[in-house]
Design a protein around this ligand. Structure first.
Ligand SMILES: Nc1ncnc2c1ncn2[C@@H]1O[C@H](COP(=O)(O)OP(=O)(O)O)[C@@H](O)[C@H]1O
Ligand SMILES: [Mg+2]
Length: 206
């Protein structure tokens, strides 16, 4: 049976789709991975359509609605990892995706509205008795904002990953080519950060 990671956060633009695509691309060479896009915006579907034939293969699905539960069961049986990209609001599908998750990954940009929005997702994961982890995305390398945000998250005792992701243009360029940063620019800082985050996630799930 697969492990299921649902990337969720009630706010748009925090990096859900970017992280789901990049985690899948980084896992693809070593695991049977499937990406499930349940966001009606379908950005991940577009990314997958751009994916070059020679890139490491990964399964893709964007089944949603009443067929979602059966689709999830089917995908779990046939893969090692299921990565779900969810919409920026908690609708029925997003609730199902959180319920199905072994881990709910919540990207947060270092700004108060992102942190407030994360609370809702954290509460929902807790209500469903799901494990969750907050990851700081687009985090400045240094400065007051970084210190304040990291401190306030630690204080709130939210489950915070040690790994963080900086603000890196490489994510958008890789995305435009249907790739992850570990494929497009494997020696970049973005790729190093992504691999560190993946390693931490896999360790958490063991
Ligand atoms: N770490 C990052 N560095 C730079 N740009 C990022 C990063 N993460 C996300 N972005 C950009 O932010 C925008 C929103 O990201 P996206 O993954 O679509 O968010 P969501 O799916 O949560 O709405 C995109 O343009 C994406 O390229
Ligand atoms: Mg998205």
């Amino acid at each position: 049976m697969a492990i299921v990671i649902t990337v969720a956060q009630q706010k748009g633009g925090t990096g859900k789709t970017t992280l789901a695509a990049n985690l899948a691309a980084a896992l693809a060479p070593s695991r049977k991975v499937v990406l499930l896009d349940i966001d009606p915006q379908r950005s991940l579907t577009r990314w997958h359509q751009l994916r070059p034939d020679k890139a490491a293969p990964l399964t893709f699905s964007n089944v949603s609605g009443w067929r979602l539960t059966a689709e999830l069961d089917r995908l779990k049986r046939a893969h090692d990892v299921v990565l779900i990209d969810s919409p920026p609001q908690i609708d029925t599908d997003a609730r199902l995706a959180i319920r199905a998750a072994d881990l709910v990954l919540i990207p947060v940009q270092p700004s108060p509205p992102d942190i407030w929005a994360a609370e809702g997702t954290l509460n929902l994961a807790a209500a469903e008795k799901r494990r969750s982890a907050v990851v700081l995305n687009r985090l400045p390398a240094s400065g007051k904002l970084r210190e304040t945000m990291v401190a306030s998250l630690r204080e709130s005792r939210h489950p915070l990953l040690t790994a963080t992701i900086g603000n890196r243009t490489g994510f958008a360029s890789a995305f435009a080519a249907g790739l992850g940063v570990t494929e497009a620019t494997p020696r970049s800082i973005a790729a190093n950060e992504l691999r560190a985050m993946l390693a931490e996630l896999l360790e958490l799930m063991e």
